[in-house]
Design a protein around this ligand. Sequence first.
Ligand code: BLA
Length: 243
Amino acid sequence: MFHPFKEYLEEQIFNRFDLQSRPIPAGLESNISDRGKNRATIQSWCYQCPQLRKIRYTYIDAGETAQVFNSVMYPSHNYDVPLLGIDFLSFGKKKILVVLDFQPLFRDRPYQEKYIEPMREIRDKYNELAQNLEMKFYDANQYFSKYLLFAKTDAETVVNRLFPAYQEYIQLYWQTLAAAQPLTNPDEIQRIVRAQKDYDQYSAERDPAHGLFSSYFGSEWSERFLYEFLFEDASPLAVASTR
Ligand code: BLA
């Protein structure tokens, strides 16, 4: 269901950036679950380039039962640009949930004006994909922008609306990255290091996918996948943040 989205992303990053492979810890690149009747595969890819220190994406294919495409782009620490977050999920073809956002590292007004306001024009074109759904796992005010796409939708809308919206958001993201001024002040860079690490910690602790991964691949593998690959700058022992 989401293969064209993965292919578009690959075509974009391969042609636009001087990519280098970024290692994925042994055993986490892929897995196959043969529990019961439903075969599920998970596969991940990870790259880096001067502008983006971590580009990761994962595809889960459990046939009709589940299709998931998930990706995060982490800008290099000398850019305060938001992370690009993608989470497209389809369960049994009936339940389709899509989330796409420039995930802000900071919430102050100038940051918002600079990095989030430009999304507005695209978001307004795709109103049906911005449904203001309530978040059960995450806090919409942390690491989500007000122009995120977040919708429960159907297969037809995925093809006809989500795909063009996705392309527009990605193009805007490349423009944003290209226009960003690299930071040189070590204190400012340290602030980005901390903000991206906080994002990993927050995301690892809230991730609603843990149950999904565990059901297919067991809890031990899932824990490693979360803390050693997806959100590797999070610490599994850290006390839950209260911010
Ligand atoms: C929700 N994301 C979900 C759910 C799952 C995943 C299983 C719950 C769906 C449901 O309601 O039944 C799946 N999350 C994953 C997978 C990975 C993951 C497979 O991290 C990793 C491979 N989630 C993200 C990113 C964004 C994101 C980058 O990983 C940002 C765009 C958003 N996912 C997001 C949101 C929800 C969600 C906002 C709804 C959660 C809520 O209601 O609070």
